[in-house]
Design a protein around this ligand. Sequence first.
Ligand SMILES: *Cc1c(COP(=O)(O)O)cnc(C)c1O
Length: 250
Amino acid sequence: MTTQARRIQLQDNLNRTRQALAAACSDAGRDPRSVRLVVVTKTFPAADAAALVELGQADLGENRDQEAAPKAAELAAMGLEPVWHFVGRLQRNKVRSVAAYADWVHSVDRAPLADALDRALNDNALNGSALNDGAAPARGRTVNVLVQVSLDGDVARGGAPVNGVEALAEHIAAAPSLRLKGVMAVAPLGWEPAKAFALLAECSEAVRRIDSGAVEISAGMSGDFAAAVNAGATMVRLGRNVLGEREPMA
Ligand SMILES: *Cc1c(COP(=O)(O)O)cnc(C)c1O
């Protein structure tokens, strides 16, 4: 497909997706401005991500650092700096890389991972201040963090168990370079999305008792975002609706 044809297709898909999201908000009696659209560009080339930013889509998501880091660098080299959301399973040995480009990490699900991310941000700041020796210490970058919840307790697929959400949220709230912002989940396979997102809303309440500002609820993918919006999602993570079907992952 030519670049121009792809750009038109992305524009159409983006418009249609924004309209569908606005309709879901209206059905739920909510202001469309209360839900942030994160377009998940995983498996699609940097050129698609760049086209989306040029079309006014500010928030982009990725789920693997190996793919996200070079894509973020490619866009930055073009002068494009979207708000990057890291939404996938995260290993401790990747946090340093992720900390360099991600503004949001939706998938913090255990205390050692939170600590590693916090340390990586602190170290980046120290390295920065070493460059201007004697000047005011560089203000460390902070990252917005969501507690990923495993709604069905199958933690092998990512997420903290529901009964561990509060302790993890408290841990994140105490980390100097992390900003506790709320919760995230993927509806478990075979669950009614409404039931899954209602349980996530309860987790959100528990987290807001720790920090009243941690109001974000990241929920809803291409197949179930209307149910998520109905249950109070403030961020939806949509890939296929905007970019098209993905090639099966290797
Ligand atoms: C891929 C992915 C999405 C987007 O899924 P679609 O079905 O393409 O909308 C959302 N959240 C996470 C965590 C993902 O990995």
